[in-house]
Design a protein around this ligand. Structure first.
Ligand SMILES: [Zn+2]
Length: 242
């Protein structure tokens, strides 16, 4: 059960530099709870979303995968959310030398132990990189569909289920199809890719399987009833294991 590589994360969270709504809030609440428990103060030198490419490379930085809704850390610092998060950059420099950090080892271990309800690691740490060390840097190492299942052991108080984007079918825009792919993927339906793609035959087949299983008209078109049933299943999964 691996964590996503940077390349895989770019695919899973595509497209960069586009609004992502509330999808990151659970993950941020979970890491912030650990910071708070350790009395580790998240200061003003904390950075999240930036629409930029990596230095000397063609790919986007994981900081470009956002912006999601704003999150306020326990210290009152408010930021847009994104796949990557730099905490207290003044005291946790990016360096080619030995690791420099003010983060307690036990705290970092607790952050890395955060899991989704589906069992995936949520946060990876830049201090673990083999060559360079990037102690300020945390990044979400699970996919949107896993994050949508919720954080294990945490009440999802601030969570709101994904809103119906309008009917999803063959002719719908890719962003709308993507929302259905993520939701159906979170319900552990397989056989299609999650991410931004147009409608596909495999997605249609999985949609019909879902509709048949839940007594809906199996037409492969996602209307309000199909969406509502999927959200209901998601809430049940989050409750069962959360
Ligand atoms: Zn970073």
């Amino acid at each position: 059960m691996g964590i996503l590589s940077t390349t895989q994360a770019r695919g899973a969270w595509a497209p960069p530099c586009s609004r992502k709504g509330s999808v990151f809030l659970d993950a941020y609440a979970a890491i912030d709870a650990v910071f708070r428990k350790w009395n580790y103060r998240v200061g003003p030198n904390t950075w999240t979303y930036a629409c930029r490419r990596i230095t000397n490379g063609k790919g986007y930085s994981l900081h470009a995968y956002g912006p999601g809704d704003k999150f306020t850390f326990w210290t009152g610092v408010e930021r847009d959310t994104a796949v990557a998060l730099d905490v207290n950059s003044d005291r946790n420099p990016y360096t080619s030398g030995p690791l420099i950090t003010d983060m307690p080892t036990g705290m970092v271990a607790e952050i890395k132990a955060i899991r989704t309800v589906s069992g995936k690691q949520v946060w990876g740490w830049g201090g673990d990189y083999r060559s360079i060390k990037d102690a300020m840097h945390y990044e979400i190492v699970c996919s949107p569909k896993d994050l949508l299942t919720g954080i294990a052991g945490r009440p999802a108080s601030a969570w709101t289920p994904p809103a119906f984007p309008g009917t999803v079918s063959k002719t719908s825009p890719a962003s709308r199809v993507a929302a259905w792919r993520v939701l159906l993927g979170a319900l552990r339906y397989k056989g299609f890719k999650v991410g931004v793609y147009p409608w596909s035959g495999t997605l249609g087949a999985a949609t019909k399987r879902f509709q048949r299983r839940h007594g809906l008209v199996a037409d492969g078109v996602v209307g309000p009833k199909t969406w509502a049933k999927a959200v209901q299943r998601l809430v049940e999964i989050r409750k069962a294991k959360g």
